[in-house]
Design a protein around this ligand. Structure first.
Ligand code: PHE
Length: 453
């Protein structure tokens, strides 16, 4: 039986709901460490170019597909072209791979949050604190489990709306705080300006295909693309809301916060490492957790600021993990006809298993590597650099050559002119599929060590 689909109240409601899913650890934790690793300014430039061309086209596609069919990913692809149903399933697997390790990092955030609340700021700012913490064989598991269970319970009880309300109030505060921390660092710390230059000035000698691979993966991740989420959101969107304008706003939100997070973290790393660029490139997933506590330590009232900061990051992460869980749960409900409760429990158990690998990949199983990667990095790689590009490629092929761009354009034009129509068509037909192919091939060859890029 068809049930009435609920819909967002209007443009603001739609943009904010998408932003709740899009803005999360991807912006605050992942973007800055990738920017640091892949050459600063050049990464930023490549990312921005991709966001306004490729990211724009793909997000328009997904939202329009959702609104046109009124269905979530699997059903939507099936309705548009049966041969592409697989893309819907592919999209459904991705959040199941991301969710577990997302909760591992969410667990790190809770740990830091309580650390600052209980006045351990100085200890946390210590040099080897983060490394020792994730190398511990028990505590990170507990926090990971708490974050995961919290997400599952919220989805099970269907109280996401309440959380989203809180997070909507938190988001502007988070932005103000990020701006404040960035300004404080740049003004008061010696050497931070070097980091600003590193972040803004593209050094073309640092460009490689890997810069594009990393930026593209980050784009998918950060904007919650290529995994059916935006299709689902689109299916709830009213016909009188402009898709083009909404996408622009979501992009500005999402990219703006990522940009500011980079500005908050990279100059600080620079100041602490005395401008050593090589140190920047080596830092990985721990960058935010190692650098920010040091900044808070130098601030008057730093413990309080640290606590407030991590509370807000926690909420941003929670709304994203909720949307990841919600996607998987709704697929299980639709396809396996599971009850909501059983679907939530299944996701919980599966995430527990996969997440445990990621947690212990830093401690007791640290010698175990897949393709030379630790579990967490492996899950990150497989979803962002393989599955999402494959999904995006097939989406572009379907829209570009089977259902044709015009079918998407028509949907967008239900509310007036589609200004970037040309850009959109050229992107989905030619540039995006080509780039995606190159990227896929290079990242596979790279990880198998065939080429070093
Ligand atoms: N976009 C979220 C972030 O930046 C992560 C996420 C990915 C959320 C996919 C939902 C789906 O943190």
């Amino acid at each position: 039986m068809e049930t009435q689909r609920s819909s967002f109240s209007g443009k603001i409601g739609f943009v904010l709901a998408c932003a709740g899913s899009a803005v999360g650890l991807g912006n605050i934790w992942r973007f800055p460490y990738l920017a640091a690793k892949y050459g600063g300014g050049i990464f930023l430039l490549v990312y921005l170019i991709l966001a306004i061309t490729f990211g724009f086209a793909l997000m328009v596609c997904e939202i329009a597909i959702g609104r046109k069919t009124g269905l979530s990913a699997i059903g939507a692809f099936k309705t548009l072209d049966k041969r592409f149903t697989l893309v819907g399933y592919l999209g459904a697997i991705v959040p199941m791979i991301i969710l577990p390790y997302y909760c591992v990092i969410g667990g790190w955030v809770i740990k830091y949050l309580f650390g600052f609340i209980s006045g351990q700021g100085t200890k946390i700012a210590g040099d080897s604190y983060f490394g020792n913490y994730i190398g511990d064989a028990s505590e990170p598991f507990v926090w990971f489990f708490i974050f995961l269970a919290l997400t599952a319970v919220i989805v099970m009880l269907g109280v996401q709306k309440g959380i989203e309300k809180v997070s909507k109030i938190m988001m502007p505060v988070l932005v103000i705080l990020i701006v404040f921390i960035a300004t404080y660092t740049i003004i008061t710390m010696d050497g931070a300006l070097g980091g600003v230059v590193y972040y803004f000035k593209p050094d073309f000698s640092k460009f490689s295909i890997m810069t594009v691979v990393a930026a593209m993966g980050q784009l998918f991740y950060s904007m919650s693309l290529a995994m059916g989420i935006m299709i689902t959101f689109g299916s709830y969107m009213k016909k009188d809301v402009s898709i083009e304008k909404s996408v622009r706003h979501i992009e500005i939100f999402d990219t703006g916060i990522a940009f500011l997070a980079g500005l908050m973290i990279i100059p600080a790393v620079f100041a602490f490492s005395n401008g050593d660029e090589a140190a920047l490139a080596q830092k990985g997933a721990g960058l935010m957790f190692e650098t920010l506590p040091k900044v808070f330590e130098t601030m008057p009232g730093g413990s309080v600021i640290g606590a407030v900061f991590f509370i807000m990051v926690f909420f941003a992460a929670l709304t994203s993990s909720i949307s990841l869980t919600e996607t998987v749960v709704s697929v299980l409900q639709d396809k396996l006809k599971l009850k909501r409760y059983s679907a939530c429990v299944s996701v919980l158990i599966l995430s527990l298993i996969l997440g445990t690998l990621s947690v212990f990949g830093y401690s007791i199983w640290s010698s175990f590597k897949i393709l030379g990667l630790q579990f967490l990095d492996f899950f990150d790689f497989i979803s962002n650099n393989i599955l999402m590009p494959v999904g995006a490629f097939l989406t572009c092929v379907m829209v570009g050559y089977f259902i044709k761009p015009v079918s998407i354009i028509e949907e967008v034009e239900l509310n007036g002119k589609f200004k970037e129509k040309k850009l959109f068509s050229v992107m989905v037909r030619y540039i995006a599929p080509l780039c995606l192919m190159v990227i896929l091939i290079s990242s596979v060859l790279d990880v198998f060590g065939v080429i070093k890029i």
